[in-house]
Design a protein around this ligand. Sequence first.
Ligand code: XBP
Length: 244
Amino acid sequence: MTLEALVFDVDGTLADTERDGHRVAFNAAFAEAGLDWHWDEPLYSKLLSVAGGVERMVYYARQRGWAAPDGEMLARLKSIHRAKTAHYVRHVASGGIALRPGIARLLGEARAAGLRLAIATTTTRENVHALLEATLGASSIGWFASIGTAAEVPLKKPDPAVYQWVLTELGLPATRAIAFEDTRNGLLAATGAGLRCIVTPTSCSIEEDFTGAATTLVDLDHHPTRTGDVVTLDDVRGWAVAPD
Ligand code: XBP
């Protein structure tokens, strides 16, 4: 089957956004809201098993024994989450986050070869736009034929819904696309939608189990066997084909 599209996760995959981006923005919003919550790095790595910022906060609130009725608690946490998004977007817009090695190069190679690009993320759409604009320029949002976010698909990874939504938008079977992810939840979401998946873990996800990945890489600038060589589009094409 010919490879026609590359589908990228955002947080951890396009850029290492979690530890120094989302985590810091959550803590700023908690402090502003008068909460005595602070997510340090080890705690945040564990909390990342819960996909989605609001869901992560709800999970943590329950752990802290919040007794408020569900509706009231959710409304308060959603309001704090909006403040968190504003903090995060400001940080990204100020140039606080860079793309991971090889991402800009591979996006360029894929575009030059006529492949379509897409995004499948559980984060907030504003965050995706801010990151693309700050790192690749405002016009880069238009490079992506489909951008699936928390706004389109409320079900979060590891549910495959966001990948299924993107494939439907692209009008492609899963066999004609390949996914890029950094976490087990993301890998499960992509493979659950029938996609082959390349995993580039971050320091937050390095200990996770990536069984089922087409390959696991340090990043796109480090080929796993050709020492000193980068990962090319041809390499990606090779990993997009399931072994017999
Ligand atoms: C990553 C997430 C997100 C971010 C926070 O999603 O789980 O929740 O941590 O973003 P993905 P929000 O790997 O699919 O990009 O606070 O906007 O939810």
